[in-house]
Design a protein around this ligand. Structure first.
Ligand code: HEC
Length: 233
C-alpha cells in the first residue's frame, strides 16, 4: 500500500498534520507555559491613558454620562482613571468582537510583502499573551487595513466621525456605519463608542513606534458647563 500513489499521499498528509500540530500547538504552548497572561489592568499604559483623558476633554458631557465625574486631582485620582481605562479596554474589545470588526480587519502584521513598511513593526508572539487576545483577534481577511498598530495614528475625533459614518472621512468606504455607538451625533459618543475608541487607540500602544505620550502631564478635568454652547477653553 505504501508504494502506491495514495499511500504516499496518506503518509505525507499525516506527517504534515503532525508537523502543523507541533508548530502551531505544541511549540507555542511550550513557549508560553510559564509566562502569565496579562490582565486588562496590566495593559493600561501612559499612551492609552492619554487617549482616554483626551476623550474626556473632547466629549466632557458624554464622558461624564458614561463614567461619572472624574476625581478633581489627576494624580490622586490615578486609580480611578486606570480602572476606567481597563474596563473600557475589556468593553471595547467585546464590542470589536460583537460588531464583527474582525471580519474586515486583521490584527497581525506579517513578516512578508513589506507589511511593516505600511503598518509598523512585524507582530511578535508576546503581544498576544493577554486577556484581550482571548480568543486571538488575528482576523482572517482584510477588507480594511490591519489595526494592530492603529493606536495613535488618528485622533479620537477622527475615529468618532469615522465610526459614525466612515464616508465622512474616507470617500466611498465600504465600512458599515455604527450610529448606535452614539447618542445621535458624531460628537456624542456613548459609553460603548468611548470604549471602542479607547480600545482602538490602545492597539500598538505598547510599542516604541507609538507616538510617545508616556510623559504627558495629566491636567485636571473640567466639568462641562450646564450650557453646552459656551465651549471656549
Ligand atoms: C465590511 C468591512 C469592515 C468592517 C465590518 C469594519 N471595517 Fe473598518 N475599515 C474597512 C475599510 C475598507 C477601511 C478603509 C476605508 C476607511 O477608512 O473607511 C476601514 C478603515 C478602518 C479604520 C481606519 C484605519 C486607518 O487608519 O486608515 C479603523 C480604525 C477601522 N476601520 C475600525 C473598524 C472598527 C472598530 C470596526 C468595527 C466596529 C470596523 N472597522 C468594521 C472595512 C471594515
Amino acid at each position: 500500500m505504501f508504494e502506491s500513489k495514495s499511500g504516499i499521499l496518506l503518509v505525507a498528509g499525516l506527517a504534515f498534520f503532525g508537523f502543523a500540530f507541533l508548530s502551531n500547538a505544541a511549540v507555542p504552548y511550550l513557549m508560553y507555559r510559564n509566562i502569565p497572561e496579562q490582565t486588562a489592568e496590566e495593559l493600561v499604559n501612559g499612551n492609552v491613558r492619554f487617549q482616554f483623558e483626551d476623550l474626556s476633554r473632547r466629549y466632557p458631557e458624554s464622558f461624564v454620562k458614561a463614567y461619572g465625574d472624574p476625581p478633581a486631582d489627576p494624580e490622586a485620582g490615578a486609580d480611578w482613571w486606570n480602572q476606567n481605562v481597563a474596563d473600557s479596554l475589556r468593553e471595547g474589545r467585546d464590542i470589536y468582537v460583537g460588531e464583527g470588526c474582525w471580519h474586515c480587519h486583521s490584527q497581525f502584521v506579517r513578516p512578508v510583502s513589506n507589511e511593516d513598511k505600511r503598518w509598523g513593526p512585524v507582530s511578535a508572539s508576546w503581544e498576544y499573551q493577554n486577556e484581550l487576545q482571548r480568543p486571538v483577534l488575528f482576523g482572517t481577511r482584510r477588507i480594511g487595513p490591519d489595526l494592530s498598530r492603529e493606536g495613535g495614528r488618528r485622533s479620537n475625533d477622527w475615529h468618532a466621525v469615522h465610526l459614525f459614518k466612515p464616508e465622512m472621512t474616507s470617500t466611498k468606504s465600504p465600512m458599515p456605519e455604527y450610529p448606535w455607538l452614539f447618542d445621535g451625533a458624531p460628537d456624542k459618543p456613548n459609553r460603548r463608542g468611548l470604549a471602542l475608541i479607547t480600545y482602538v487607540q490602545w492597539l500598538g500602544s505598547w510599542l516604541e513606534s507609538y507616538p510617545d505620550y508616556e510623559n504627558y502631564q495629566p491636567a485636571p478635568f473640567e466639568k462641562p458647563a450646564e450650557d453646552s454652547e459656551s465651549e471656549d477653553e
